[in-house]
Design a protein around this ligand. Structure first.
Ligand code: THU
Length: 133
């Protein structure tokens, strides 16, 4: 894994927390933020967006990935996922597959808890034996 420069990493952490502030999570009360550094150097952020029809809710990672693609990004260099509590918010199974879709061999997945503690994991650790065509 190649870690982004310190200033870019700081920006990613900040953007993930900023996005978290906009989470629309009236049903779970669980506010998540994500920020992605893409191959084009752009940072895209996203929050979870729930719906009264529960299965229609979207995770923060999915929102951030959609924004990355919309902004012309093709792959994820580094993604930060901000948790609302002291535990890390590990991406759900579906989001692991969504991250994998845009991952490269050096993609960094960084988890941030409410206290500012971080943990870095690889996509391979999150989703071993991933399905590919
Ligand atoms: N959630 C995320 O946004 N990302 C994750 O990785 C796990 C879960 C959201 C979905 C839902 O809005 C809320 O957290 C509770 O599951």
């Amino acid at each position: 894994m190649t870690t982004s420069s310190q200033s870019v990493r700081d920006a990613l952490l900040d953007r993930a927390v900023q996005a978290q502030l906009h989470a629309y999570a009236p049903y779970s009360g669980f506010h998540v933020g994500a920020a992605i550094l893409a191959d084009n150097g752009e940072i895209s952020a996203g929050c979870n967006v729930e719906n009264v029809a529960y299965p229609l809710g979207q995770c923060a990672e999915a929102t951030a990935i959609g924004n990355m693609v919309t902004g012309g990004g093709n792959s994820i260099k580094h993604i930060v996922i901000a948790s609302p509590n002291d535990d890390f918010c590990y991406p759900c199974g579906g989001c692991r597959q969504k991250i994998k879709e845009f991952a490269g061999p050096d993609t960094v997945v960084e988890l941030l808890n409410q206290k500012g503690k971080t943990r870095t994991v690889s996509v391979e650790e999150l989703l071993p034996f991933a399905f590919t065509l």
